[in-house]
Design a protein around this ligand. Structure first.
Ligand SMILES: [Zn+2]
Length: 365
């Protein structure tokens, strides 16, 4: 690694000084500079040219030993922290491949087929690599696949087949594949390993009540669920934007980001001029995830109730990622009805509503 403090390179006599030791009439003294801030250290920290006759050399290390208060930490994110977040676990492609079947039982895919026809649905399934989970009958997996085709995790969700709304009763139907992989690992340690494809089939009985990771060993024996979640918490998760794997196909295309995966997928059919990605949630639009959007124009499509929050976010992202441009699309805020606000519509809800109405009218005829 390059040293932070170096003797100032020679750029003319202006950058040579009188030696504090021999005080020679020629300026024989070179000072140390902080390459981080481009400023000098204290004026006696440096080296005299007159090696034989003077030999004065006061090093930065000695200076900071007696003047620790003068030390300014590097103006960079903490090194160990970024190193830690660099590493992440991934899910084998074979697991993803194993979930890409059984679409006739998948509520979300069947809804896509009703909306866009079978060809449209297949196009979307292949493009976003939408998977099927046995976790709940009819459930869908939205795989988070990054720019290098690495699978970070998968979000399992259940939609109602009739109107494509999420099933939130009697509990919110969301599960994460990396947690199930954790369960798979814990099973493997007890019996012979199964094929990865069985991973998702094997977790049908997994309860959905979140269990806090346990640290007390005696709890493990009492609570087998505790083991499950402790193993799962070993998984080094680094989420990415849903649909990130599509970016490399079209490096100059404008990107659009919705909150939910469902919205991004449906919007990609109505507004195909953008590469549609999803943040996953209101809080999911993070700087870390957005780093892949350098040099892009990015249109943000928050749900109707999230404009203020994403507005602030957009300003922050514009500052942090200066080569990208984040703008908010305001279509939804033009004339939101009270009803729209109450149910927190997003851009896809409008198209879905229209389809539902169309089907209703057709049914009556
Ligand atoms: Zn000297």
């Amino acid at each position: 690694m390059k040293h932070r403090y170096t003797l100032e390179p020679y750029k003319g006599m202006d950058c040579r000084f009188m030696c504090p030791n021999c005080r020679h009439r020629r300026n024989t003294f070179t000072r140390y500079i902080d390459t981080e801030t481009q400023s000098y250290l204290a004026d006696h920290v440096g080296k005299c040219d007159r090696l034989e006759k003077c030999g004065y050399h006061f090093k930065p290390r000695e200076f900071f030993k007696t003047n620790p208060q003068a030390y300014v930490p590097r103006f960079k994110p903490n090194y160990t922290m970024t190193d830690k977040t660099q590493y992440f676990d991934t899910i084998p492609q074979s697991i993803v491949a194993g979930t890409m079947r059984g679409y006739d039982k998948n509520n979300f895919s069947m809804f896509l087929a009703r909306m866009f026809g079978a060809d449209g649905a297949i196009h979307l399934i292949e493009k976003y690599r939408i998977g099927c989970a046995k976790h709940w009958p009819g459930a869908t997996i939205f795989w988070q696949i990054d720019n290098d085709d690495k699978v970070r995790t998968g979000k399992i969700m259940l939609y109602n087949g009739k109107d494509c709304k999420r099933v939130k009763e009697p509990f919110n139907h969301i599960a994460w594949v990396h947690r199930l992989v954790g369960k798979l690992r814990s099973l493997e340690s007890r019996k012979s390993p199964e094929s990865p494809k069985d991973a998702l089939a094997d977790v049908d009985n997994c309860t959905n009540t979140p269990v806090e990771p346990k640290t007390n060993l005696s709890d493990y024996t009492k609570n087998p669920e505790g083991i499950l979640h402790t193993v799962a918490s070993d998984y080094q998760l680094k989420q990415c934007l849903f649909g990130e794997h599509l970016l490399k196909l079209e490096p100059f295309k404008t990107v659009a980001i919705a909150e939910s995966e469902k919205t991004a997928i449906i919007a990609s059919m109505y507004l195909p001029n953008y590469i549609w990605l999803a943040a996953g949630s209101l809080e999911g639009l993070t700087e870390e995830k957005c780093q892949v959007l350098k040099h892009r124009t990015v249109r943000l499509y928050p749900d109707v109730n999230a404009y203020a929050k994403w507005h602030t976010k957009a300003r922050e992202l514009n500052a942090r990622i200066p080569t990208a441009t984040f703008v908010i699309d305001t279509t939804l805020t033009q004339n939101p009805t009270a009803y729209d606000e109450q149910r927190g519509v997003d851009i896809a809800d409008k198209w879905i509503d229209n389809k539902l109405l169309e089907w209703e009218v057709e049914g009556e005829r």
